[in-house]
Design a binder for this molecule. Structure first.
Ligand code: IMP
Ligand code: MG
Length: 186
């Protein structure tokens, strides 16, 4: 972990802050879905750490499921999102809560919500740990939100940079030279 720690400029959210927020969100979700057939749907891979903590903070019967989508394409500007791995569960008539790590522009989630809505769930809402609202392009209703974060690239607690840093127990900002070294500007 020392090598990964050396790349961190600043810790934005400590493990205890994240844990407290997850408990709070779990309580809100539990109150909202009592007596309902709840399915937590998570997008691989970034939201997995949040999902596994959040589900244990929701004392209700529930199912979890996963899907994988291709990153929002910037090449050519077409912005096509594709489902690479679909859900196992049939969500028709069920209460679906999409669990996200971070909503940035909202383009990915906007696409995903349209795709899931077409399957006619009883309800479809979003729980995101992080909201980078300053970058939003697509206006989306976020029923449950953890923290608003500034316009800086963050890693840890499931969030990656080039598949690394997901296992850091906090959420932090990478040093600019790490992003530059590996070819990212923001
Ligand atoms: P959007 O379509 O712009 O909202 O992109 C959202 C997705 O991009 C998230 O689910 C993350 O996978 C990824 N992402 C956005 N910002 C960050 C970040 O700061 N660190 C790591 N991944 C990010
Ligand atoms: Mg993601």
């Amino acid at each position: 972990m020392t090598a990964q720690m050396d790349d961190i400029a600043e810790i934005l959210l400590a493990p205890e802050e994240i844990a407290a927020k997850v408990q709070e969100l779990g309580g809100l979700v539990a109150a909202a879905y009592q007596g309902q057939d709840l399915v937590l749907v998570s997008v691989l891979k970034g939201a997995v750490v949040f999902l596994t903590d959040l589900m244990r903070a929701i004392p209700l019967p529930l199912a979890i499921d996963f899907l994988a989508i291709s990153g929002y394409g910037t090449q050519g500007g077409a912005g096509v999102v594709r489902i690479l791995k679909d859900l196992d569960e049939d969500i028709t008539g069920r209460h679906v809560l999409v669990v996200e790590d971070i909503v940035d522009t909202g383009l990915t989630l906007g696409y995903l919500l349209r795709a899931l809505q077409a399957r006619q769930p009883a309800s479809l809402r979003v729980c995101t740990l992080l909201d980078r609202s300053v970058r939003r392009i697509v206006d989306l209703p976020l029923a449950f939100r953890g923290f608003d974060v500034p316009d800086r690239f963050v890693v840890g607690y499931g969030l990656d940079y080039q598949q690394r840093y997901r296992n850091l127990p906090f959420i932090g900002v990478l040093k600019p030279e790490v992003l530059e070294r590996r070819g990212r500007t923001r």
